[in-house]
Write a new protein. Structure first.
Length: 621
C-alpha cells in the first residue's frame, strides 16, 4: 500500500494499492478473479486513521526535610528521589519509546513548603510540556493524564531552650517573686531553632524554675535559677507554637542553662549599739559590763528583720573616763565611765547582718561605779609628863591611829595627803564640848586632835572609791601633871623677946628662910615665903618656940594647899603637884638670948629674982 503521507501522528491517512500490493492479491486469490491491469486502475482508496493514545503519567516517590524556616523550591528537591511512571509506553512520532528525564524545572511543589507539613510535588507545566514534546505533534498524539503520588514532607525541628541572664533587687525582707525575676527583662529562656532570633525568648512564669537555695531566697546573696523541666516544658511548647506555628518541638532533654539573681544588702545608717546605763558599788573589782541586754538600732532596717547581735562581749568595748580619756583596761575605781564599742566589731556585725550594708557603727554604754559607803575614824592616844614645853601636831602624828569600816579587804585608808596642818588641837569644856585651841598644848591636861574641814575633804578626795558617811574621831593626848618638890632651906633669928616666933619673924628679911620649888622648867627664882600653917616646928609640942635656942622648921603637909597655890603661879595650874612626900629640906630658926639689964628703983614689992628654970621670969612691979 502506498500512503499519501507517512503516518505517525494522530490523524487520517489515504492509502492506495501499490503494484506490489496488486501482485500480492493476485497471488493470494488466484486466477479465478479478474484484476485491474495496474494499480492505478484501482480508484478506490483506503483511509488509515491514527487515533490519540491515552497516557497516564504519574510522578512517584518523594523527599523530606527538617524544618529550617526556609521555603523549599523545586531546585531544592532531591531529583534522585523522584521518578515518572507511565501506564503505557509513549512514543515519539517515529515510534521510539520515550521517558522524561527529570530536572528541577520539571517539578512543582504545591504550596509554600516552609512550615511543617506534607506538600504535593507534581510535574510542573513545563515538565508536562517537555514530556509532551518528546512524543511529537506538540503532544497531541496522546490524551494526557498527569497524576502524582509524590510528596515533600517538612518535619518539625527540635529546639534548644537555654536559660540565662541576671537580675537583682535590694534586700526587702521578702522572698523573690517571679515578677522580680523578670523585672529587668534580662532573665529569659532563649530558644535556638531554625530561624530563631534574639527575640526568640520566653519569660519565666511561676513554677517554671527552681532556686538552688531550695526556695525563693529572702536574704542577701547571689542565687542560681535553673529550669524546672517538667513544669516548664508545656509552657515552652506553647510558646514555640505561637512563635513558629508548631514547626519546632522541644523536649525536656533540650532544656538547660541557668540564670543568677542577686539580692544586694540594703544600705542603712546610724547603726547604734546601746545598753541601759549600768552601775555598781565599788568593790575593788573591775567593772562587770552586762552585754546581755544590748539593743542594736539603725535607720532603714526592714520591719521584722532587725540587726542581729554577732555575739558582742564585754571585751569588744574600750573604756573611757568622764573626761573622754581612753583607759588601758577595765575601770575599777569609782567614777563615771563610758564603754565604747571597738571599731573592729564592725566586721563581725557586718558578717552577722549580710542583708544590710553599712560602714560604721557606734556603741556607748554609760557605766557608773558608785563609791562604797564607809567611815573613817582617827583614834589613838599618847601622853607625856609635863615639861613646860609645847607639843606640836608633828610631835604626835606618828601616834595617830586610823580605823575604818567597810573598806575592801586588803585596802587601807589613804592618808598620804594629810600633814600637820590637817589636824587641830582641842580641849573640852565641862559639857564635854570641843573647844578649839589657838596654840599647842603646854600645860598638864587632856587634849584632842581633830581633823580640820580641809583634812576631811582631803581624805574624801584621796579615797574617791568611798563615800564616807563619817570622818571623825579624836586623838587623845595627855600631859600628865608631874610631882614637884618644895625644899625648905635657910635660917632666920631673933633675940629673945619672950614671944613665940611668928611667921613674919620666920620670913624676916634678916634671914633667908625660903621654900624653893623644883619642877620641869623651874629656876632659882621659883621660891616661896612661908605662911602660917605651911611649916611645923620641931619642938616637943610642935609649937612655935619662945625661948632662946635654935629650932628646926620643916614644911607641913597641912600647908600644902598654900604651897600648891604658890607652885601654880610658877608652873601653871595643874601642871605640877605637891605631895607630902616631896616636902623636903628644913630651915633653922634661932632665938638669941636677950641681954637683960634690970634696974629696980622704988620697988615696993621687994626684990625680985629666981633661979633659972627655963620658964619666963616674972618681975613684980
Amino acid at each position: 500500500m502506498i500512503f499519501d503521507q507517512t503516518p505517525g501522528n494522530v490523524g487520517e491517512y489515504h492509502v492506495e494499492l501499490s503494484a506490489q500490493g496488486l501482485d500480492n492479491i493476485e497471488k493470494a486469490l488466484g486466477t479465478n478473479y479478474a484484476y485491474p491491469q495496474v494499480a492505478a486502475d484501482v480508484t478506490t482508496k483506503g483511509t488509515l486513521t491514527i487515533n490519540q493514545g491515552e497516557a497516564t503519567v504519574t510522578l512517584n516517590s518523594g523527599d523530606s526535610k527538617t524544618y529550617d524556616a526556609k521555603q523549599t523550591l523545586p531546585s531544592g528537591l532531591n531529583l534522585n528521589k523522584y521518578n515518572v511512571t507511565y501506564d503505557a509506553t509513549v512514543y515519539s512520532a517515529d515510534g521510539e519509546a520515550q521517558t522524561l528525564k527529570l530536572t528541577a524545572e520539571d517539578l512543582q511543589i504545591v504550596g509554600n513548603a516552609t512550615n511543617v507539613g506534607t506538600y504535593q510535588v507534581k510535574l510542573s507545566q513545563a515538565g508536562q510540556e517537555k514530556l509532551k514534546q518528546l512524543t511529537g505533534n506538540n503532544g497531541a498524539n496522546y490524551k494526557w493524564t498527569f497524576k502524582t503520588t509524590a510528596n515533600y514532607i517538612v518535619t518539625a525541628a527540635t529546639a534548644d531552650a537555654k536559660l540565662n541572664g541576671s537580675n537583682q533587687k535590694t534586700f526587702d525582707g521578702t522572698a523573690v517573686t517571679t515578677a522580680q525575676v523578670n523585672s529587668n527583662g534580662q532573665i529569659l529562656v532563649h530558644f535556638t531553632f531554625p530561624g530563631s532570633t534574639t527575640e526568640s525568648t520566653y519569660a519565666l512564669q511561676d513554677g517554671d524554675y527552681i532556686w538552688n537555695a531550695g526556695s525563693a531566697p529572702v536574704n542577701a546573696g547571689t542565687y542560681t535559677i535553673t529550669l524546672n523541666k517538667q513544669s516548664i516544658l508545656a509552657h515552652l511548647q506553647d510558646a514555640l507554637k505561637k512563635q513558629v506555628n508548631g514547626n519546632v518541638t522541644i523536649s525536656a532533654d533540650d532544656l538547660g542553662g541557668q540564670a543568677s539573681f542577686t539580692i544586694t544588702p540594703k544600705a542603712i545608717t546610724d547603726i547604734t549599739i546601746s545598753g541601759s546605763d549600768q552601775s555598781k558599788t565599788y568593790n575593788g573589782k573591775s567593772a562587770d559590763l552586762d552585754v546581755n541586754g544590748l539593743k542594736i538600732t539603725a535607720n532603714g532596717t526592714i520591719t521584722n528583720t532587725p540587726l542581729v547581735n554577732p555575739g558582742i562581749t564585754a571585751s569588744d568595748f574600750t573604756w573611757y573616763d568622764a573626761a573622754g580619756k581612753r583607759l588601758d583596761g577595765v575601770p575599777t575605781d569609782a567614777g563615771t565611765y563610758q564603754a565604747h564599742l571597738n571599731a573592729n566589731t564592725l566586721v563581725a556585725l557586718q558578717k552577722a547582718n549580710p542583708n544590710y550594708a553599712f560602714s560604721s557603727v557606734n556603741g556607748v554604754i554609760n557605766y557608773t561605779i558608785s563609791p562604797a559607803q564607809a567611815t573613817a575614824t582617827i583614834g589613838g592616844s599618847a601622853n607625856r609628863n609635863y615639861d613646860a614645853q609645847t607639843t606640836s601636831v608633828t610631835d604626835v602624828m606618828d601616834n595617830i591611829k586610823w580605823s575604818s569600816t567597810s573598806l575592801v579587804i586588803g585596802q587601807e585608808l589613804n592618808t598620804a595627803g594629810l600633814t600637820a596642818n590637817s589636824y587641830a588641837w582641842y580641849t573640852k569644856d565641862n559639857d564635854d564640848h570641843y573647844v578649839a585651841m589657838t596654840g599647842n598644848p603646854v600645860k598638864a591636861g587632856t587634849y584632842y586632835l581633830r581633823l580640820t574641814d580641809a583634812a576631811i575633804a582631803q581624805i574624801k578626795a584621796d579615797n574617791p572609791n568611798y563615800n564616807f558617811t563619817a570622818v571623825d574621831g579624836e586623838f587623845t593626848y595627855t600631859i600628865n601633871a608631874v610631882a614637884g618638890q618644895a625644899t625648905l632651906s635657910g635660917s632666920a633669928s631673933k633675940t629673945y623677946d619672950g614671944q613665940a616666933v611668928t611667921t613674919a619673924e620666920v620670913d624676916s628679911t634678916n634671914g633667908n628662910v625660903i621654900a624653893h620649888f623644883s619642877f620641869p622648867g623651874s629656876t632659882s627664882e621659883h621660891g616661896y615665903t612661908l605662911q602660917d600653917g605651911d611649916y611645923t616646928w620641931e619642938t616637943e609640942d610642935s609649937h612655935a618656940p619662945t625661948n632662946a635656942g635654935t629650932y628646926t622648921i620643916k614644911l607641913s603637909a597641912n600647908g600644902i594647899v598654900n604651897l600648891q597655890k604658890a607652885l601654880n603661879q610658877y608652873a601653871g595650874q595643874g601642871n605640877v603637884t605637891l605631895d607630902a612626900e616631896y616636902l623636903l629640906g628644913s630651915a633653922t630658926y634661932t632665938i638669941k638670948q636677950k641681954d637683960l639689964n634690970v634696974v629696980l628703983d622704988g620697988n615696993s614689992k621687994g626684990a625680985d629674982g629666981k633661979t633659972y628654970d627655963g620658964q619666963p621670969a616674972t618681975i613684980n612691979t
